[in-house]
Design a protein around this ligand. Structure first.
Ligand code: GDP
Ligand code: MG
Length: 169
């Protein structure tokens, strides 16, 4: 299995932490080059015959918004067949207007692009019931192909998320 996956979300939801967690386990190549090529390729996960290229968006607020726009425009254009999947990352504790802006963009993606929601920072919750408000929010906003609560920092469920990613490729 092989594919290209974009990780999107508003600033501070934990995109970089998630990438480090995924790539920290199985790292092949990482690149911190600015957007000189078609995508900002942040890292390549390889295990056995599986290879997943992850595309991240930079951390600065204004730049990040532009980068998401660029990524979405590329993913939506018919010539862009290489992004197969998007991981939409949100914070389990805080839904903001910026999350809604990102979701609005995701809704415009062509159907062939799978969108998985990852609810991050669940380590800050003691009780699973605390997830209910955000789960309701997500299901009211759009039909995600999968929803997975994770802790990018602790690594909880990150392997389960990777399994979902690979299963969809
Ligand atoms: P990005 O802007 O989306 O790339 O977010 P970062 O990866 O830079 O993370 C933003 C902040 O959230 C940092 O202070 C991280 O340490 C924190 N963070 C990321 N993942 C988790 C997590 O799983 N749990 C908790 N408690 N904090 C996290
Ligand atoms: Mg970042």
């Amino acid at each position: 299995r092989a594919g290209m996956v974009a990780i999107v979300g508003r600033p501070n939801v934990g995109k970089s932490t998630l990438l480090n967690q995924i790539l920290g386990q199985k790292i092949s190549i990482t690149s911190k080059k600015p957007q000189t090529t078609r995508h900002r390729i942040t890292g390549i996960y390889t295990e056995g015959d599986d290879q997943v290229v992850f595309v991240d968006t930079p951390g600065l607020h204004k730049e990040e918004k532009r980068a998401i726009n660029r990524l979405m425009n590329r993913a939506a254009s018919s010539s862009m067949t290489d992004i197969e999947m998007v991981i939409f990352l949100c914070d389990s504790d805080q839904w903001t207007a910026d999350d809604d802006l990102v979701v609005e963009k995701l809704q415009r993606l062509p159907k062939r692009v799978r969108v998985i929601a990852a609810i991050n920072k669940v380590d800050q919750f003691k009780d699973k019931a605390q997830l209910l408000p955000i789960l309701e929010k997500l299901s009211a906003r759009m039909a995600f192909d999968d929803v997975m609560p994770i802790s990018a920092e602790k690594g909880d469920n990150v392997d389960a998320l990777m399994k979902i990613v690979l299963d969809h490729l």
